[in-house]
Write a protein that binds this ligand. Structure first.
Ligand code: SAH
Length: 255
Protein backbone atom coordinates (compact mmCIF):
# COMPACT_ATOMS: atom_id res chain seq x y z
CA UNK A 1 0.00 0.00 0.00
CA UNK A 2 1.15 3.51 -0.73
CA UNK A 3 -0.61 6.21 1.30
CA UNK A 4 1.05 8.85 -0.89
CA UNK A 5 -1.24 7.73 -3.69
CA UNK A 6 -4.42 8.14 -1.68
CA UNK A 7 -6.01 11.59 -1.54
CA UNK A 8 -8.93 12.87 0.48
CA UNK A 9 -11.27 15.10 -1.51
CA UNK A 10 -13.74 17.36 0.32
CA UNK A 11 -16.51 18.60 -1.90
CA UNK A 12 -18.00 22.02 -1.23
CA UNK A 13 -17.43 21.93 2.53
CA UNK A 14 -19.32 24.67 4.42
CA UNK A 15 -17.57 24.76 7.79
CA UNK A 16 -13.87 25.65 7.74
CA UNK A 17 -13.51 24.01 11.15
CA UNK A 18 -14.30 20.67 9.53
CA UNK A 19 -11.54 21.19 6.99
CA UNK A 20 -9.07 21.67 9.85
CA UNK A 21 -10.47 18.61 11.61
CA UNK A 22 -10.00 16.56 8.43
CA UNK A 23 -6.37 17.72 8.10
CA UNK A 24 -5.70 16.56 11.63
CA UNK A 25 -7.48 13.23 11.15
CA UNK A 26 -5.42 12.60 8.04
CA UNK A 27 -2.07 13.54 9.56
CA UNK A 28 -2.71 11.38 12.62
CA UNK A 29 -3.09 8.38 10.32
CA UNK A 30 -0.23 9.29 7.97
CA UNK A 31 -2.15 10.70 5.00
CA UNK A 32 -1.02 14.00 3.52
CA UNK A 33 -2.87 14.76 0.32
CA UNK A 34 -5.94 16.92 0.78
CA UNK A 35 -8.03 18.36 -2.07
CA UNK A 36 -10.69 20.99 -1.49
CA UNK A 37 -13.28 21.38 -4.20
CA UNK A 38 -15.00 24.75 -3.92
CA UNK A 39 -14.75 25.16 -0.15
CA UNK A 40 -17.35 27.71 0.95
CA UNK A 41 -15.11 29.56 3.42
CA UNK A 42 -11.43 28.95 3.04
CA UNK A 43 -8.77 29.86 4.10
CA UNK A 44 -10.12 30.57 7.54
CA UNK A 45 -8.57 30.78 10.98
CA UNK A 46 -11.08 28.22 12.28
CA UNK A 47 -9.55 25.67 9.92
CA UNK A 48 -6.05 26.45 11.14
CA UNK A 49 -7.23 26.28 14.73
CA UNK A 50 -8.86 22.87 14.36
CA UNK A 51 -5.90 21.48 12.43
CA UNK A 52 -3.56 22.11 15.42
CA UNK A 53 -0.30 20.42 14.41
CA UNK A 54 -1.57 19.45 10.98
CA UNK A 55 -1.43 22.89 9.38
CA UNK A 56 1.15 21.52 6.93
CA UNK A 57 -1.61 19.34 5.46
CA UNK A 58 -3.71 22.51 5.03
CA UNK A 59 -0.76 24.42 3.55
CA UNK A 60 -0.25 21.72 0.96
CA UNK A 61 -3.96 21.30 0.18
CA UNK A 62 -4.95 21.68 -3.46
CA UNK A 63 -7.96 23.91 -4.01
CA UNK A 64 -9.98 23.38 -7.17
CA UNK A 65 -13.20 24.77 -8.57
CA UNK A 66 -14.47 21.49 -10.02
CA UNK A 67 -14.47 17.87 -8.87
CA UNK A 68 -13.00 16.83 -12.22
CA UNK A 69 -9.87 18.89 -11.56
CA UNK A 70 -9.39 17.20 -8.20
CA UNK A 71 -9.76 13.63 -9.46
CA UNK A 72 -8.95 13.81 -13.18
CA UNK A 73 -5.69 11.86 -12.80
CA UNK A 74 -7.18 9.18 -10.51
CA UNK A 75 -7.81 5.60 -11.60
CA UNK A 76 -9.86 4.63 -8.57
CA UNK A 77 -12.49 6.80 -6.91
CA UNK A 78 -14.49 6.00 -3.79
CA UNK A 79 -17.59 8.00 -2.82
CA UNK A 80 -18.70 8.11 0.80
CA UNK A 81 -22.33 8.36 1.72
CA UNK A 82 -24.40 8.23 4.87
CA UNK A 83 -27.43 6.73 3.15
CA UNK A 84 -27.83 4.15 0.45
CA UNK A 85 -29.03 5.95 -2.64
CA UNK A 86 -31.56 4.94 -5.22
CA UNK A 87 -28.83 4.14 -7.70
CA UNK A 88 -27.49 0.70 -6.79
CA UNK A 89 -23.69 0.75 -6.72
CA UNK A 90 -21.06 -1.56 -5.27
CA UNK A 91 -21.21 -0.63 -1.60
CA UNK A 92 -18.55 -1.53 0.97
CA UNK A 93 -17.90 -0.85 4.63
CA UNK A 94 -14.71 1.07 5.55
CA UNK A 95 -12.66 -2.04 6.28
CA UNK A 96 -13.44 -3.84 3.06
CA UNK A 97 -13.06 -0.62 1.12
CA UNK A 98 -9.67 0.11 2.69
CA UNK A 99 -8.56 -3.31 1.48
CA UNK A 100 -9.46 -2.41 -2.11
CA UNK A 101 -7.82 1.00 -1.89
CA UNK A 102 -4.68 -0.49 -0.41
CA UNK A 103 -4.32 -2.94 -3.30
CA UNK A 104 -4.87 -0.33 -5.97
CA UNK A 105 -2.67 2.32 -4.33
CA UNK A 106 0.52 0.43 -5.15
CA UNK A 107 0.08 1.28 -8.82
CA UNK A 108 -2.65 3.87 -9.12
CA UNK A 109 -4.00 7.17 -7.87
CA UNK A 110 -6.90 6.79 -5.46
CA UNK A 111 -9.40 9.44 -4.31
CA UNK A 112 -11.94 9.27 -1.51
CA UNK A 113 -14.73 11.83 -1.85
CA UNK A 114 -16.56 13.35 1.09
CA UNK A 115 -19.68 15.44 0.68
CA UNK A 116 -21.27 18.57 2.03
CA UNK A 117 -22.27 18.70 5.69
CA UNK A 118 -25.90 19.37 4.81
CA UNK A 119 -26.48 17.35 1.65
CA UNK A 120 -23.61 14.95 1.19
CA UNK A 121 -22.52 14.12 -2.37
CA UNK A 122 -24.95 14.55 -5.27
CA UNK A 123 -26.07 11.56 -7.32
CA UNK A 124 -23.95 12.84 -10.20
CA UNK A 125 -20.89 12.98 -7.98
CA UNK A 126 -21.59 9.48 -6.68
CA UNK A 127 -21.88 8.24 -10.25
CA UNK A 128 -18.25 9.04 -11.05
CA UNK A 129 -17.15 6.62 -8.31
CA UNK A 130 -15.94 3.05 -8.71
CA UNK A 131 -17.46 2.15 -5.42
CA UNK A 132 -19.36 3.57 -2.54
CA UNK A 133 -18.38 3.43 1.08
CA UNK A 134 -20.86 3.52 3.92
CA UNK A 135 -19.87 3.65 7.59
CA UNK A 136 -22.27 1.41 9.52
CA UNK A 137 -24.22 3.40 12.11
CA UNK A 138 -27.34 3.29 14.24
CA UNK A 139 -30.48 3.37 12.10
CA UNK A 140 -31.66 6.34 14.09
CA UNK A 141 -28.84 8.68 13.08
CA UNK A 142 -26.53 7.74 10.24
CA UNK A 143 -24.82 11.01 9.43
CA UNK A 144 -21.38 11.44 11.03
CA UNK A 145 -19.50 14.68 11.35
CA UNK A 146 -17.39 15.10 8.23
CA UNK A 147 -14.00 14.97 9.99
CA UNK A 148 -15.06 11.92 11.98
CA UNK A 149 -16.07 10.11 8.80
CA UNK A 150 -12.66 10.93 7.32
CA UNK A 151 -11.02 9.71 10.53
CA UNK A 152 -12.65 6.29 10.27
CA UNK A 153 -11.65 5.79 6.65
CA UNK A 154 -8.06 6.89 7.32
CA UNK A 155 -7.87 4.70 10.41
CA UNK A 156 -8.78 1.60 8.42
CA UNK A 157 -6.02 2.43 5.94
CA UNK A 158 -3.60 2.87 8.83
CA UNK A 159 -4.52 -0.52 10.28
CA UNK A 160 -3.75 -2.19 6.96
CA UNK A 161 -0.47 -0.33 6.62
CA UNK A 162 0.63 -1.39 10.10
CA UNK A 163 -0.49 -4.97 9.43
CA UNK A 164 1.81 -5.04 6.38
CA UNK A 165 4.77 -4.12 8.59
CA UNK A 166 4.08 -6.74 11.23
CA UNK A 167 4.74 -10.44 10.86
CA UNK A 168 1.55 -12.07 9.60
CA UNK A 169 0.56 -13.44 12.98
CA UNK A 170 1.64 -13.35 16.58
CA UNK A 171 2.93 -16.89 16.13
CA UNK A 172 5.57 -15.76 13.64
CA UNK A 173 7.38 -13.78 16.29
CA UNK A 174 7.20 -16.40 19.06
CA UNK A 175 10.67 -17.20 20.39
CA UNK A 176 10.20 -20.92 21.02
CA UNK A 177 8.69 -23.54 18.74
CA UNK A 178 5.20 -24.66 19.62
CA UNK A 179 4.83 -28.13 21.11
CA UNK A 180 4.30 -30.94 18.65
CA UNK A 181 1.25 -33.21 18.84
CA UNK A 182 3.52 -36.06 19.93
CA UNK A 183 4.95 -34.11 22.85
CA UNK A 184 1.50 -32.91 23.84
CA UNK A 185 0.37 -36.55 24.00
CA UNK A 186 3.35 -37.44 26.19
CA UNK A 187 2.43 -34.57 28.46
CA UNK A 188 -1.20 -35.69 28.75
CA UNK A 189 -0.10 -39.23 29.57
CA UNK A 190 2.29 -37.91 32.22
CA UNK A 191 -0.40 -35.58 33.60
CA UNK A 192 -3.00 -38.33 33.77
CA UNK A 193 -0.57 -40.72 35.50
CA UNK A 194 0.34 -38.10 38.06
CA UNK A 195 -3.26 -37.14 38.73
CA UNK A 196 -4.10 -40.80 39.31
CA UNK A 197 -1.04 -41.26 41.52
CA UNK A 198 -1.93 -38.33 43.76
CA UNK A 199 -5.53 -39.47 43.96
CA UNK A 200 -7.02 -36.51 42.11
CA UNK A 201 -8.24 -38.57 39.18
CA UNK A 202 -10.10 -41.78 39.93
CA UNK A 203 -9.46 -44.16 37.02
CA UNK A 204 -12.71 -45.92 37.87
CA UNK A 205 -14.66 -42.67 37.48
CA UNK A 206 -12.54 -40.33 35.31
CA UNK A 207 -15.55 -38.22 34.26
CA UNK A 208 -14.51 -35.59 31.69
CA UNK A 209 -11.43 -34.46 33.59
CA UNK A 210 -8.82 -35.30 30.93
CA UNK A 211 -11.00 -33.96 28.15
CA UNK A 212 -11.42 -30.70 30.01
CA UNK A 213 -7.70 -30.42 30.71
CA UNK A 214 -6.93 -31.09 27.06
CA UNK A 215 -9.32 -28.36 26.08
CA UNK A 216 -7.72 -25.99 28.57
CA UNK A 217 -4.17 -26.59 27.30
CA UNK A 218 -5.12 -26.52 23.65
CA UNK A 219 -6.69 -23.10 24.14
CA UNK A 220 -3.29 -21.64 25.05
CA UNK A 221 -1.13 -23.57 22.60
CA UNK A 222 1.95 -24.41 24.66
CA UNK A 223 5.46 -24.00 23.36
CA UNK A 224 8.17 -26.63 24.00
CA UNK A 225 9.67 -24.66 26.86
CA UNK A 226 6.35 -24.30 28.66
CA UNK A 227 5.66 -27.96 28.11
CA UNK A 228 9.01 -28.88 29.70
CA UNK A 229 8.21 -26.72 32.72
CA UNK A 230 4.89 -28.47 33.22
CA UNK A 231 6.47 -31.89 32.79
CA UNK A 232 9.20 -30.93 35.29
CA UNK A 233 6.51 -30.01 37.79
CA UNK A 234 4.82 -33.39 37.29
CA UNK A 235 8.12 -35.23 37.76
CA UNK A 236 8.84 -33.34 40.99
CA UNK A 237 5.30 -34.00 42.24
CA UNK A 238 5.80 -37.70 41.67
CA UNK A 239 8.93 -37.70 43.84
CA UNK A 240 6.79 -36.96 46.89
CA UNK A 241 4.53 -39.96 46.43
CA UNK A 242 4.70 -42.83 48.96
CA UNK A 243 6.16 -45.92 47.29
CA UNK A 244 6.56 -49.56 48.21
CA UNK A 245 9.97 -51.31 48.30
CA UNK A 246 9.78 -52.02 44.58
CA UNK A 247 9.40 -48.29 43.94
CA UNK A 248 5.79 -48.61 42.87
CA UNK A 249 3.45 -45.83 43.96
CA UNK A 250 1.13 -46.95 46.75
CA UNK A 251 -2.43 -46.71 45.47
CA UNK A 252 -3.87 -43.58 47.11
CA UNK A 253 -7.39 -45.08 46.91
CA UNK A 254 -6.21 -48.03 49.01
CA UNK A 255 -5.11 -45.81 51.92
N1 SAH B 1 -27.00 14.59 5.13
C1 SAH B 1 -25.87 14.12 4.43
C2 SAH B 1 -24.77 13.81 5.42
C3 SAH B 1 -23.57 14.54 5.14
S1 SAH B 1 -22.36 14.27 6.32
C4 SAH B 1 -26.18 12.84 3.68
O1 SAH B 1 -27.21 12.29 3.96
O2 SAH B 1 -25.42 12.41 2.85
C5 SAH B 1 -20.97 14.84 5.44
C6 SAH B 1 -20.16 13.76 4.77
O3 SAH B 1 -19.59 12.92 5.74
C7 SAH B 1 -20.92 12.85 3.83
O4 SAH B 1 -21.12 13.40 2.56
C8 SAH B 1 -19.97 11.68 3.78
O5 SAH B 1 -18.90 12.01 2.94
C9 SAH B 1 -19.47 11.62 5.21
N2 SAH B 1 -20.31 10.72 6.03
C10 SAH B 1 -21.06 11.04 7.09
N3 SAH B 1 -21.66 9.96 7.61
C11 SAH B 1 -21.27 8.93 6.85
C12 SAH B 1 -21.52 7.52 6.87
N4 SAH B 1 -22.33 6.96 7.77
N5 SAH B 1 -20.93 6.74 5.95
C13 SAH B 1 -20.12 7.28 5.02
N6 SAH B 1 -19.82 8.59 4.95
C14 SAH B 1 -20.39 9.40 5.85
Amino acid sequence: MNLENIRIVLVNTSHPGNIGGVARAMKNMGLTRLYLVEPRQYPDERATWRATSATDVLDNAVITSTLEEAIGDCQFVVGTSARSRRIPWPLLDPRACAGRMAEVSDREQVAVLFGREDRGLTNDELKVCNLHLNIPTSEEYSSLNLAMAVQIVCYELRMLLDAEKLPATEDDQWDTPFATRENMERFYTHLEETLVDIGFLDPAAPRQLMARLRRLYSRVRLDEMELNILRGMLTETQKFLPRDEAGKVIDPQAK
